[in-house]
Each structure stands twice: as structure tokens, then as C-alpha cells.
Design a protein around this ligand. Structure first.
Ligand code: FAD
Length: 376
């Protein structure tokens, strides 16, 4: 059974054996009896604000392309807003075969009601097999509304998506080519693979920075298809009166070099060592959660499962033990240097270069050496 040609069946239990979390509001343990017949295609929600695409939309198109190619189906970007058609070219260049455009002046600012309505109406009509959103503030608001209205599952904060088969031992049935929705669970101590053999579309949100953005190909061709935008009063109950933007104090995602400090730095005062090394190298400052919780630096700087996922060319971890939740956010860095006084610290398992020592000795020496070298 391939995706899009699934056969009609009644679901014996609502929760598939591998599923750790959620179904939409139609869930709750009753029989759904949803059919997968006719579901086809991969959709990526193309998040934009004020006409600027979110990076995660382009990252997801790269992954979406891979999924669509594996399933031998079409990749569509779902673009909702007003006067945003100009973004279609970029979406196609990043892998979309088609842009589904919901354009209306009432969609100029994001509110969940009308955005969800446009996507739900389109999904009911076109029956995608897979719909993915960025796990941004907006995506985390929108995706559950869409999943709830479509009474389908939703796995939040995935760190990987793959296509694979699932053997349901209870129903004695094998489902082919399902979406593996992969994410840390139980505080990050296990990596769970979640499948949704019934109640499609299969839906997931994916954290920013987790998927690698591919290079755009300006020669790619694709179609732009307008969606019907039908909104009623109930969809438009929330009005945006004023928008205020608070910029993040650091751009970790865009940084090529990051110097991160952990609990081993000891205090907010001593964190100036991290700032100094970062300043010397022209790097951004990151931190572990323990450093953030300790008040050494604010949360915008946190790297990891509940912070930012980063992929710099160079990541220097100072006084960070390398807990799995921290590694989840930095292990894809080009080169990792770890400074830790404990030779058995797990950070050394992912580090390309390790320095066993007291960061209070090592960092000033690194700064001195770097300054001397760059003076020549
Ligand atoms: P520690 O584990 O205390 O390690 C400090 C390290 O510093 C030790 O290895 C020690 O040997 C070394 N050290 C001490 N003194 C010195 C010195 N003078 N010189 C050199 N080295 C020294 N953590 C994150 O970082 N990011 C997340 O996003 C995140 N999300 C989480 C989500 C969940 C659901 C949970 C349960 C946890 C999460 N955590 C996260 C917390 C994570 O489990 C760890 O507790 C945290 O990463 C530890 O931070 P740390 O390595 O700075 O501190």
C-alpha cells in the first residue's frame, strides 16, 4: 500500500503502538474510522511575516523535497498572506513543485482563525498525505488548530522526518511509506519515532535550524495555484491592533562561530571570560541551560533542545558537560572544541578537539595566543 492509495479500514485503537503523543481534538480513545484513500503530496507551510519568509520554511522545503522524492509525489508550499505572491519564486527555487497561495487583505497579519481556515479548507479539498510546519511561535499556534479541525495527529518539535514502514502487531498489518516523526522524548533520554497510520494528513512541526537549508536553484520551475479564501465572522474574531517587535539579543542561528559557556563558568561575573573569547574571535555567545538557569546570561543565548539549534562552522563549549539536551542543539556544528576539567565529560564524545583543563586558565591563554597570531 503506497501513500495515496491506502485502503479503507476502521481503526481498532486510536493510539498506534509507536505513538507517544497526540491526536487532534477528535482523538480521545474513540474509533475514528478515517480513510487514507486519495491522500497524496507533501505540504510545507511557508511561514512569512511582513513579506519575509521564515528560514525554517526554506529548511523544511529541503526536507520536504527529500520526502516527496522518496514518495514519488509532489511538494507544495502553502503560502498565506496578502500581496506575498512575490515569495513564490524563492519557494520554488528551494524545492517546491507548486505554491498554494491563499491571498486576501484580511490575511495581511497573522491570526490563527483565518490562517487555519484557509489551510483546513485546502487540505479537505486536496487531501495531502503530509503537512509540516516550523515549530516557531506562529507554527506552534497554527499547526494544532489545523490538526484539530482535520481530526488528525500532530507531533510537535520533530528533529528528523523520514519515510518508512510500520508493522502494527495488534492489527497484524504493515503500513508502507509512513512519515516517521522523530523527536526526543522523556526529557531527551530517548529518541522516539512516532507514526500515524490513520487519521491523515500526517502532521508535524519541526524546530528551526534542525533541517539543513539547501541552496536555491533559480532554474527550477513550478506552478502557483490560488486557493479559495472563504472566511466568515467566526474566523475573524481576533483583530491585530498594534504590532511590536522585540528583536532577539543574539543571532545564534546565523553565527559562523559560537563560544558557549556552561555551569562550569561558575558565575555571571566570570561569564565575561566567555564574552571576551567570543569578542576576540568575532563569535556569538551561547550558553547551556544550567548557565541560563544560574542567571549567568539570558535565555536568548541558550543552545539545545529547549533553546536554539545551531550549526556554526566552529562551536567552542566551555565548562559544558554535554548533556543530550545540549548536544541536540549543537552536534551538527562543523568543528566542536570542548574545554572541560573532567576528562570523562560526555562533551568530549562529540568534540573534534578536546582541551582538558580549567577554563579559567585555558581561555585567557587561547585569547593571548589568538591575539598574538592575528597581530602578525
Ligand atoms: P553541568 O552538567 O553541571 O556541567 C558543568 C561542566 O563544567 C562539567 O562537565 C564540569 O566538569 C565542567 N567544569 C566545572 N568547572 C570547570 C572549570 N573550572 N573548567 C572547565 N570545566 C569545568 N540543557 C541545555 O544546555 N540546553 C537545552 O536546551 C536543554 N533543554 C533541556 C530540556 C529538558 C526537557 C531537560 C530535562 C533538560 C534540558 N537541559 C538543557 C538541561 C541538561 O540536561 C543539562 O542539565 C545542562 O545542559 C547542563 O548544563 P552544563 O553542562 O552547563 O552543566
Amino acid at each position: 500500500m503506497g501513500v495515496g492509495t491506502g485502503e479503507l479500514r476502521t481503526v481498532p485503537t486510536l493510539t498506534p503502538a509507536l505513538s507517544l503523543e497526540g491526536r487532534g481534538s477528535g482523538g480521545g480513545g474513540r474509533l475514528l474510522g478515517v480513510v487514507m484513500k486519495g491522500h497524496d503530496g507533501v505540504w510545507v507551510f511557508a511561514e512569512q511575516e511582513d513579506g519575509k519568509l521564515a528560514d525554517v520554511a526554506l529548511e523544511l522545503l529541503s526536507k520536504g523535497r527529500e520526502l516527496a522524492d522518496t514518495l514519488e509525489t509532489k511538494l507544495s508550499a502553502v503560502l498565506v498572506g496578502h500581496k506575498v505572491e512575490g515569495l513564490a519564486g524563492s519557494l520554488i527555487a528551494h524545492g517546491a513543485d507548486e505554491v498554494l497561495l491563499g491571498d486576501d487583505e484580511r490575511l495581511v497579519d497573522y491570526t490563527v482563525g483565518p490562517y487555519a481556515r484557509v489551510i483546513v479548507d485546502a487540505a479537505r479539498e486536496r487531501k495531502p498525505a503530509i503537512v509540516v510546519f516550523g515549530a516557531t511561535t506562529l507554527g506552534r499556534d497554527l499547526a494544532p488548530h489545523v490538526a484539530s479541525a482535520l481530526t488528525c495527529g500532530l507531533t510537535a518539535d520533530c528533529t528528523d522526518l523520514q519515510i518508512g514502514d510500520f508493522k502494527d502487531n495488534v492489527a497484524k498489518k504493515t503500513y508502507e511509506k509512513l512519515l516517521y516523526q522523530i523527536r526526543p522524548a522523556f526529557g531527551g533520554n530517548v529518541i522516539a519515532t512516532i507514526v500515524n497510520p490513520t487519521g491523515w494528513p500526517q502532521m508535524a512541526t519541526v524546530r528551526e535550524g534542525v533541517m539543513k537549508m539547501g541552496d536555491p536553484d533559480a532554474k527550477r520551475k513550478g506552478a502557483v495555484t490560488s486557493l479559495d479564501v472563504v472566511l466568515d465572522e467566526a474566523d475573524l474574531m481576533t483583530k491585530v491592533i498594534r504590532k511590536e517587535r522585540v528583536e532577539k539579543s543574539v543571532d545564534l542561528k546565523g553565527a559562523q562561530v559560537i563560544v558557549s559557556g556552561g555551569a562550569g563558568v561558575g558565575s555571571r561575573e566570570n561569564f565575561k571570560l566567555i564574552h571576551e573569547l567570543a569578542h576576540t574571535l568575532g563569535a556569538a555567545v551561547g550558553a547551556s541551560r544550567a548557565a541560563v538557569d544560574g542567571g549567568f546570561i539570558d535565555h536568548d543565548h541558550q543552545v539545545g533542545q529547549t533553546g536554539t539549534t545551531v550549526r556554526p562552522r566552529l562551536y567552542i563549549a566551555c565548562g559544558i558537560s554535554g548533556a543530550i539536551q545540549h548536544r541536540a542543539g549543537m552536534s551538527e556544528s562543523g568543528k566542536i572544541v570542548a574545554i572541560n576539567s573532567d576528562p570523562a565529560a560526555p562533551i568530549f564524545e562529540v568534540a573534534h578537539y578536546g582541551i582538558v583543563g580549567d577554563l579559567n586558565d585555558v581561555i585567557p591563554r587561547l585569547i593571548e595566543i589568538y591575539r598574538k597570531k592575528s597581530a602578525h
